[in-house]
Ligand binder design. Structure first.
Ligand code: MEV
Length: 441
């Protein structure tokens, strides 16, 4: 059957839902009921969410959890986390508590520079283009003044623009490579607006530059866009304590634990297959806070993974060592975040999440997010190098299996009780549940 449709975006929400239900669902009425069940009863709030994107048919929920007891630079935070994966919030809260009793996390913003580029093709003598750029550089600043005025008042703006010759990579390929300070905003709109003006200025000024031949005057702008790679927008998060203080579990010797932990990090430093999973665990913490605070987690993901590959090999983002009887665990990551603009003033839950964090600046949010990543990594490595990950994970997953089985409250209590002392697996839970029902009937 041909399911192509033209003019879909012009249909009303009801019409879009009817179309999708008729075309794709075996039980259209039930599907429509499910979709509508997720609509918010407050029509104004629903409209707000409808308007975030195009072709909205309903809302897609993610749980918003909170992890208390994060002591960062001497201040306690309760961290909001939007994530679907069981055990992530529990692990964050546990790691936060653990480190709050050992001096807490330290976090430092090392720099805050963002990057944007105008990619263009110039077919001519490079020396002439260099001369052109030197003579016209001020124009790029002047002609973006209306865009940069407000940002400058807030202490930000365009930091520098340089001409880059990339012809060794691609014939006739050059860039205007610009750096920006965007203060508390992530800055995507600001940067892209500046870049699009740079592109116009570039082409206009080239047309009247006397030294250019008529061919050289025709600079072809390919695109103007910010980069989500921000290796000069870095935050460092770290923890340290005496090795003997890693003594939470009486059955585990702190020295052995510390050594095994450091070895696990070293493996992720040298082995890309492990590094990807290791960093995925870090992103469990990072993405959850980035999402809850209305930031762009795809941008953060792309930038962080590029940074993890900066040596030419994909590596662990975090590092650990034992030195003079002290255990040290730390991470430096690029993070371009905002606490003003974008979704931050639009989404009611994002506003609450930021209020819960006591309205942080972008730099403070960078610190919180990095710490959430490090805490998550600590929790994962602690489980992996001691009990294994499945014990805790399956305990948390038990609740999901019970929900799937639609167990009654009474059955739930019996199942949870039984699996306190028995290994959890999907099959074992289903079997125990069936036995319970058999006994009952
Ligand atoms: C699971 O979401 C994350 C872990 O795999 C991370 C890790 O292996 O370090 C547990």
């Amino acid at each position: 059957m041909n399911k192509a449709i033209s003019g879909f975006s012009k249909l009303s929400k009801e019409e879009k839902i009817s179309w999708i239900a008729k075309e794709y669902f075996s039980n259209p009425d039930e599907a429509i009921a499910i979709l509508k069940n997720y609509w918010n009863s407050d029509a104004k709030l629903q409209k707000l969410h409808d308007d975030f994107i195009e072709n909205t048919i309903t809302n897609f929920y993610l749980p918003l959890g909170i992890a208390p007891n994060f002591l960062i630079n001497g201040k306690f935070y309760t961290v909001p986390m939007a994530i679907e994966e069981s055990s992530v919030v529990a692990a964050a809260a546990k790691a936060a508590k653990f480190w709050s009793e050992r001096g807490g996390f330290k976090a430092t913003v090392l720099n805050t520079e963002k990057i944007g580029q105008v990619h263009f093709i110039y077919t001519g003598e490079t020396s002439k283009l260099e001369r052109f750029f030197e003579e016209k550089k001020n124009k790029f600043f002047e002609e973006t003044e209306s865009i940069t005025k407000n940002m400058q008042k807030r202490g930000g703006g365009i930091l520098d623009i340089i001409l880059k010759d990339k012809t060794d990579l691609l014939p006739n390929y050059f860039q205007l490579h610009a750096s920006f300070e965007t203060k508390d905003s992530m800055g995507a709109n600001f940067i892209n607006s500046c870049l699009e003006q740079f592109a116009k200025t570039l082409q206009k000024e080239a047309q009247s530059f006397e030294l250019f031949s008529s061919e050289e005057k025709n600079i072809q702008v390919v695109m103007s866009i910010l980069s989500n790679y921000v290796p000069n927008c870095i935050v460092r998060a770290e923890v340290s304590c005496k090795v003997e203080e890693l003594n939470e579990n009486k059955n585990i010797d702190p020295q052995n634990f510390a050594e095994k932990f450091v070895r696990a990090v070293q493996i992720a430093e040298v082995e890309p297959y492990r590094a990807v999973t290791h960093n995925k665990g870090i992103m469990n913490g990072i993405d959850a806070v980035v999402l809850a605070t209305g930031n762009d987690f795809r941008a953060v993901e792309a930038g962080i993974h590029a940074y993890a590959s900066k040596s030419g090999r994909y590596q662990s983002l975090s590092h650990a060592k034992i030195e003079n009887g002290m255990f040290h665990f730390w991470m430096e990551i690029p993070l371009a975040l905002g606490t003003v603009g974008g979704l931050t003033s639009l989404h009611p839950l994002v506003k609450l999440a930021l209020e819960m964090l006591e309205k942080p600046s972008a730099q403070e949010l960078m610190q919180i997010v990095a710490v959430a990543g490090l805490a998550q990594n600590f929790a994962a490595l602690r489980s992996l190098t001691t009990t294994g990950i499945q014990e805790g994970h399956m305990k948390m997953h038990l609740g999901n299996i019970i929900n799937q089985l639609e167990a009654t409250d009474e059955e739930r209590v019996l199942i949870v009780d039984y699996f306190q002392h028995n290994p959890v697996s999907h099959a074992a839970v289903v079997e125990y549940f069936s036995d319970l029902r058999k006994v009952k009937s």
